[in-house]
Design a protein around this ligand. Structure first.
Ligand SMILES: C[S@@+](CC[C@H](N)C(=O)[O-])C[C@H]1O[C@@H](n2cnc3c(N)ncnc32)[C@H](O)[C@@H]1O
Length: 306
């Protein structure tokens, strides 16, 4: 069976592959830990009809409000929770207990990227915010106004894999004394000035924006917590699926799943087996239809009985 997304501000990636790995069934309980605009959640609800349930987590209240409306027809089969997915253990313990499957589809949605007021994109000028949860935490503008040059350089290098990290950090720290860097446009223009050589077909600010987003949202720490706690949230035979969009995240997923499967993390960790011998990527057809899918990398694992 193939699944198509309904009209939505975000097209879910690898949707057939997600459903194949999760294999939702009636009466099953599934956690979509990045429910976003509900595209994957809807497919899970359809595949687990008539009474499968989805606990949807997202740290973005705007996404949850839109999804509450979009999934209204599924009634009490859907529970939405405003939380970071690092809290998956507590969220599930307080609601449904162990689940039959769990999905995390990392990063930001097209809807978040496309809204200038969210400040994620150098393509739209807006406030340099970048928080997935705008109810708390430091904005990207506040972050670059406060960090010292070394810390900023390390963030750009480690999270953006930016070869001109030191040069960009120095330029930002010098410019912030006399220039207003509180908009996406101002930062993108400054980075373009700082970078001596451009990568073809890539905005010179791409890596800087990725790095700042990861830093502002604590994305790697979030993923680390999730990968530690999610296996223990599954019932025996329950499956987890992780979709990553850049190599830093995918490397972390690959190594963490391998270590868990080898029993090498801690004696108390839930035992799993990795289901994806090789990383799963989008088909040519999907890549052509949805450019976002081109960088998607899926890995899956199953909790063992003991
Ligand atoms: C790629 S979108 C998910 C789209 C979703 N699968 C769909 O079909 O609409 C990622 C979503 O995860 C959320 N998110 C990212 N990191 C998160 C975290 N650490 N905790 C909770 N939500 C997070 C974002 O706010 C965003 O809505």
């Amino acid at each position: 069976m193939t699944h198509s997304a309904s009209i939505s501000p975000h097209t879910p990636v690898l949707i057939n592959e997600v459903i194949d790995f999760l294999a939702p069934r009636p009466a099953g309980i599934y956690c979509d830990a990045t429910v976003g605009f509900g595209g994957h959640a809807r497919a899970i609800l359809e595949a687990s009809a008539p009474d499968g349930r989805v606990i949807g987590i997202d740290r973005d209240p705007d996404a949850l409000a839109a999804t509450r409306e979009a999934l209204r027809d599924y009634g009490d089969r859907v529970t939405l929770v405003h939380a970071p997915f690092s809290r998956i253990g507590a969220v599930l313990a307080e609601s449904v207990g162990p689940v039959d499957g769990c999905l995390v589809d990392l990063g930001v949605s097209s809807a978040q990227l496309d809204r200038p007021d969210r400040g994620f994109s150098f393509s739209h000028s807006g406030p340099l915010d970048m928080r997935m949860d705008q109810t708390q935490g430091e904005t990207a503008a506040e972050f670059i106004a406060r960090v010292d040059e070394d810390e900023l350089g390390a963030v750009l290098r480690d999270f953006g894999e930016e070869r001109f990290a030191g040069r960009i950090a120095r330029t930002i720290v010098e410019a912030r004394q006399h220039e207003d860097l509180s908009s996406t446009g101002a930062l993108a223009a400054l980075v373009a000035r700082a970078v001596p050589r451009r990568e073809p077909h890539k905005n010179p600010a791409t890596r800087t924006f990725q790095a700042l987003r990861i830093a502002v949202n604590g994305e790697l720490a979030e993923l680390e917590h999730f990968l530690t706690d999610a296996p223990g949230c599954l019932r025996p035979g329950g499956r987890m699926v992780v979709i990553a969009f850049h190599s830093l995240e995918d490397r972390m997923v690959k190594h963490r799943l391998r270590a868990l499967a080898a029993g090498g993390l801690s004696s108390g960790a839930a035992a799993i087996r990795v289901l994806t011998k090789r990383v799963v990527i989008a088909t040519d057809e999907e890549r052509a239809a949805n450019p976002r899918s081109r960088s998607a990398k899926l890995r899956a694992a199953e909790r063992l009985a003991s």
